[in-house]
Design a protein around this ligand. Structure first.
Ligand code: 1CP
Length: 353
């Protein structure tokens, strides 16, 4: 493909345009967890797929559930159907998903236990994910961008150490405080695995990457710099070297006033804002640094009607002066009526700022 064709192809995609800092007439929209249990057709595929991990490692079905929301809604991006916990699984840690309970992992609590994990089979183990991307590449409409993703090392490590999601990530926080050098070895391993994983996602067709740092809240400044910013910076730099021009969206959920330092310290191309970030503050302190994504309360999407319309319009108005990608402040919850998603997508795609 010639350079001019490449430019043409990219320029069809509103999400890529915003990430390249071009001006667009309305923001692109995609939604975190746009594939998932709120869609009856997802529940149907999920029932027949075996375990949740089996669904993630089945390229045909994973591609199918990635495409389901795009058949219903006029979204500007598809996000690979996978999970942030495929990395510990690929490293050799036992991961399972308990029905109605979320993920359960066999905990790692010391540097010695890291010896059981290995980078050797990352690519082989995750090959089905790359095949999912390869299938999606040829099936997406021209204007739809393909997003790959991984968890950020800190968030992935909180699950590896704690064995499950927790409100305060205490197991990882305590290990990091008690034995920073040992915990650093775990973070380094996850950084290396994530770089391999994301590089192969791009080779397989991902055009944008997102790093989910779901548990980046409430960290003391020095810990935030060491465990959130530094590993993210390493990943951004490594991808920038091997795959220049592929934008990475960082989502340090709950980081609040640390967000500007996160952007400057990591070099991410855009940043996700959770629902708690005040918009006026973000317009002044975040949007001048990079495009912003998100902020809509997932529960406004459950409520629908006037509450949804009011919130969505307020976000569109707030961010219309700079780079903006419309999204939620966290993932769609299972009780969301799909009709409300249709209403939201109609509102955003017909909006004329
Ligand atoms: O049975 C089911 O269907 C399980 C529900 C589910 C789904 C649909 C899980 C279990 N993971 C996923 C897919 C998923 N996970 C995607 C797919 C793409 C899309 O957005 O449509 C993505 C991007 C993720 C990312 C992910 N997994 C995160 C980061 C985002 C976030 O929500 O904060 C996290 C923390 C996970 C772990 C995880 N996987 C699943 C659950 C229930 C959880 C969270 C558990 C907890 O609260 O700690």
């Amino acid at each position: 493909m010639s350079a001019s064709q490449q430019t043409l192809e990219r320029s069809n995609k509103r999400l890529l345009k915003v990430l390249e800092k071009s001006v667009v007439e309305r923001p692109p929209i995609w939604l975190m967890r746009q594939a998932g249990r709120y869609l009856p057709e997802y529940r149907e595929v999920r029932k027949g797929a075996g375990s949740f991990l089996e669904l993630c490692y089945n390229p045909k079905l994973a591609a199918e559930v990635t495409l389901q929301p795009l058949r219903r809604f006029n979204l500007d991006a598809a996000i690979l159907f996978a999970d942030i916990l495929l990395i510990p699984d690929a490293l050799g840690q036992k991961v399972s998903f308990q029905e109605g309970e979320g993920p359960v992992l066999e905990c790692i609590s010391s540097e010695a236990e890291l010896a059981a994990l290995s980078l050797d089979n990352i690519s082989g183990h995750l090959a089905p994910v790359f095949e999912t991307l390869d299938r999606l590449k040829s099936e997406l409409p021209d204007h739809v961008a393909l997003i790959g993703f991984a968890g950020s090392p800190w968030t992935v490590a909180t699950y590896m150490v704690g064995g499950r999601g927790s409100p305060d990530q205490r197991a990882a926080r305590i290990w990091a405080a008690r034995d920073p050098a040992g915990f650093q070895s775990l973070i380094n391993l996850v950084v290396d695995a994530t770089v391999i994983y994301l590089r192969e996602q791009v080779d397989a067709g991902a055009e944008v990457l997102q790093l989910f740092d779901s548990w980046a809240a409430n960290m003391p400044t020095a810990e935030f710099e060491r465990w959130v910013i530094a590993p993210t910076k390493q990943i951004v730099a490594a991808l920038g070297k091997s795959h220049p021009g592929v934008p990475i969206i960082g989502f340090p959920r709950g980081a609040g006033p640390a967000i500007p330092g996160y952007i400057q310290g990591t070099g991410v191309a855009a940043v996700g804002l959770d629902t708690g970030v005040p918009r006026d503050w973000a317009v002044e302190h975040v949007q001048p640094l990079c495009p912003v994504q998100g902020n809509l309360d997932p529960f406004a999407l459950v409520a629908g009607g006037e509450a949804l319309e009011r919130e969505a319009r307020a976000i569109l108005e707030s961010f219309k002066g700079g780079g903006h990608i419309f999204n939620l402040g966290h993932g769609i919850v299972p009780e969301t009526p799909p009709e409300h998603v249709a209403d939201l997508v109609d509102l955003v795609t017909s909006w004329q700022g």
